[in-house]
Every structure is written in structure tokens, then in C-alpha cells.
Design a protein around this ligand. Structure first.
Ligand SMILES: *[C@@H]1O[C@H](CO)[C@@H](O)[C@H](O)[C@H]1NC(C)=O
Ligand SMILES: *[C@@H]1O[C@H](CO)[C@@H](O)[C@H](O)[C@H]1NC(C)=O
Length: 386
């Protein structure tokens, strides 16, 4: 009997052993899965440490936004911090001092922060957005290690008191599409490596103390649609390479010390619709292509040394929201074709050496004398009759 039974017992024991193994295996699997999930689904300690170092270098007294930066999981409810939902790595820091955020509205205070941007931010190697904007008094320099953040697509530090130079190897930020450092006190020159930012679409360095010339190969920025460089100390002339920028819609070099003349082909650029060169030291004639270009909507050439006559090339498709040629050395008559323009929102021809009768026509009906004042011998409505 025992003998006969033994295989079945053995079998039974075997089966039991197998069951045991299977359950401990599934327990292990569960444990492993649980471990994987729990490490993935909370912010990695190194990301958290980098954020805490960033927080420690700043003081924000008005709203206490950094009070939310506490607890273990920096991906959960830390104001302005976002993580990738699968890897749970920190991808975005989005802190705006002038935000429409209800917390700002309800307190009737605007953003204010002191301190500086800690270089430990560079440990967030999956960061794709870094916005620390409009906090007014954040000072110090842009950490030079920022150029190692290879995933960075948006860098916006506008509206602070950031000093020092733009990191020389900024060109390493190969994924960047928006670079906004406007309204700071940045010095030095535009680093030559900037032309390597092949995907850059929006560049704003306005209102800093940046000197030197635009890199001669600036036009390598083929994706650039807005180049806003006003209110700096830029010198030199507009590089010819700019003419190759097929997507350039908005070029603002106003209030610098740019010299030279306007390249005639600038007026042939396909999508250029805003050109602000006012407040520079430019000379030469106004190219007719620029005034003929029916896509041009805002053209400010005020306060330069432009001379010669205003080309008589306007037409029924001319549509200018702003055409400001004031404070130059323009001579001759106001072109008659201007009266055929479809729209002339703000026209300023004052403070030149123009002469003759002001043309009659709908674009002139709403203009007052200030548009024509301080010329040599203009007459007719809205000035005195001829
Ligand atoms: C054109 O530029 C001048 C000089 O910078 C400025 O004073 C003026 O307001 C600008 N014109 C318009 C219409 O914005
Ligand atoms: C304007 O032209 C006059 C005479 O041609 C010249 O003396 C003056 O320097 C010019 N002004 C500017 C701002 O270029």
C-alpha cells in the first residue's frame, strides 16, 4: 500500500513544493513591481535636492510660493514644478512674478524675489522649461553650467536683475526654441556660439547692456522668427546673412548704436512684417523695396541719419499700422502714392527736411499736424494752406 501510494504522495509533495515556489515567485514579482512603481512614481532624491538648493538661494516674501516646496514628492503640488508622467523626472520650472494666477490677483501684490539662480539647477538634467520671470530683483549671473541642460527648450529669465554675460557655450542648447533674457542687466557680447541654436524661434535680449556687433553669421538662425534686441549697446551694421532668414517676421534693433545703411534686400524678405531700427546711427537712403513690401506693417526708422527722398512706391496694398520716419534727414516731397495706401495707422514724417504740398486722401484724413511738423516747407491740410 505504502509502496503503491508513494508516487502519489511524492507527486502531492512535489505539487505542494511547486505551489510554494510559484507563490513566493509571485510575491517577489509583486515586491519588485511595487519597488519599481514606487521609485518611478515619486520625484528622484537628486531632483528634489536640486530643487531645494534652488529654493535655498532665493527669497520670495509676498506669496510664500516656496512653502509648497516641502515634502518628499517634488512632483506633487510643488508650485511651478512639473514632472514627466512616466519617468517622474522634473521637466518644468515655471515661476512667473506677473502671472494671471489667482493667488497673485487675490493678494493685489506683484511678484518680488531676491537671491540668485543656483547652479545646482543644472543637476535637473531632464529639464525642458526653465521660466523664472518678472521677479524684479533676482540678481547674480546665469549659471554657466546651464548650457549642459541638453533637454532645455525654453529658457525665460526676463524681468530680473541678472548680470554677467550670456554663457559662451550657449550654442550647446541644441533643443532650445525660446531664449528670453530681456529686461535684465546683462553685459558682454552676443556669444558667437548662439548661431548654432538651429531650432531657435524666439530670441529676446531687449533692454540689457549687451555691446559689440551682431555675429556676422547671425543669419544661420534659420528658424528664428522674432529677433528682439532693442535697448542695448550694439554696434556695427546689420549683417548681410540676415537676408537668409526666411522665417524672420520681427526684427527689432531699436535704440542701439547700429551704423551703416539698410540692405536693400531686407525689403524683399518674405515674412518680415515688423522692422524697428529707430534710435540708431544708421545712414543712407531708405530702400524702395522696404516701402513697397506689402507685408510690412510696422516700420520705425525714426531718429537716425537717413537721407534722400522717400521712395514713391506705395500702392493700394500698402497697409502700415506704423510708418515712422521722423527725426531723419529726409528731403524732397511727400510721395503722392502714399494717398493710395489702404491703411496708414500712425504716420510720422516730422522733423525732417521735407517740402511741398501734403497729398490729399483717406490715409491722411485722421492725421494731425504733429505727423508733419518741423520740416522745411511743408504745407496743406493739416498744416497751413499753401
Ligand atoms: C519710433 O521710434 C521712436 C524712437 O525710438 C519712438 O520715440 C516712437 O515712439 C516710435 N514710434 C512708434 C509709432 O512707436
Ligand atoms: C543732415 O544733413 C546735413 C546737411 O546735409 C548734415 O550737416 C547733418 O549732419 C545731417 N544730419 C544727420 C543726423 O545725419
Amino acid at each position: 500500500m505504502a509502496h503503491a501510494n508513494s508516487p502519489s504522495i511524492a507527486l502531492h509533495q512535489n505539487k505542494h513544493k511547486h505551489n510554494h515556489m510559484a507563490s513566493s515567485l509571485s510575491f517577489l514579482t509583486t515586491l519588485l513591481l511595487f519597488t519599481v512603481i514606487s521609485t518611478v512614481k515619486s520625484c528622484p532624491p537628486s531632483d528634489r535636492a536640486a530643487l531645494l538648493a534652488f529654493k535655498a538661494a532665493l527669497t520670495e516674501p509676498n506669496f510664500g510660493i516656496f512653502n509648497t516646496w516641502s515634502g518628499y514628492d517634488c512632483c506633487r503640488n510643488w508650485h511651478g514644478v512639473s514632472c514627466n508622467p512616466t519617468t517622474w523626472r522634473v521637466t518644468d520650472i515655471n515661476l512667473r512674478g506677473d502671472s494671471e494666477d489667482p493667488i497673485f490677483q487675490s493678494l493685489h501684490k506683484s511678484g518680488y524675489m531676491t537671491g540668485k539662480i543656483s547652479p545646482e539647477i543644472c543637476n535637473l538634467d531632464k529639464l525642458s522649461t526653465l521660466i523664472v520671470a518678472d521677479w524684479k530683483t533676482i540678481s547674480g549671473e546665469i549659471p554657466s553650467c546651464i548650457s549642459s541642460l541638453s533637454s532645455l527648450q525654453i529658457l525665460d529669465l526676463t524681468g530680473n536683475k541678472i548680470s554677467g554675460e550670456i554663457p559662451a557655450d550657449i550654442g550647446k542648447l541644441q533643443r532650445i526654441t525660446l531664449l528670453n533674457l530681456a529686461d535684465n542687466v546683462i553685459t558682454g557680447e552676443i556669444p558667437p556660439s548662439i548661431v548654432k541654436l538651429a531650432g531657435l524661434m524666439h530670441l529676446d535680449l531687449s533692454n540689457n547692456q549687451i555691446a559689440g556687433e551682431l555675429p556676422s553669421d547671425f543669419g544661420k538662425l534659420r528658424k528664428l522668427s522674432r529677433a528682439l534686441l532693442s535697448r542695448n549697446q550694439l554696434t556695427g551694421s546689420i549683417p548681410n546673412s540676415v537676408l537668409k532668414m526666411n522665417r524672420l517676421a520681427d526684427l527689432d534693433l531699436s535704440l542701439n548704436r547700429i551704423t551703416g545703411s539698410i540692405p536693400a534686400r531686407l525689403g524683399k524678405m518674405r515674412v518680415l512684417s515688423t522692422l524697428k531700427l529707430d534710435g540708431n546711427l544708421m545712414t543712407g537712403n531708405i530702400p524702395s523695396t522696404l516701402l513697397k513690401n506689402t507685408g510690412m506693417g510696422i516700420l520705425n526708422l525714426s531718429r537716425n541719419g537717413f537721407e534722400g527722398t522717400i521712395p514713391d512706391v506705395f500702392g493700394s496694398k500698402s497697409y502700415f499700422m506704423v510708418l515712422d520716419l521722423s527725426f531723419n534727414n529726409l528731403t524732397g516731397r511727400i510721395p503722392g502714392s502714399l494717398s493710395s495706401a489702404k491703411f496708414m495707422g500712425h504716420l510720422d514724417l516730422s522733423n525732417n527736411h521735407l517740402c511741398g504740398t501734403i497729398p490729399i486722401g483717406s490715409p491722411f484724413d485722421h492725421l494731425d499736424a504733429a505727423s508733419f511738423s518741423n520740416n522745411d516747407c511743408l504745407c496743406g491740410n493739416p498744416l497751413k494752406t499753401c
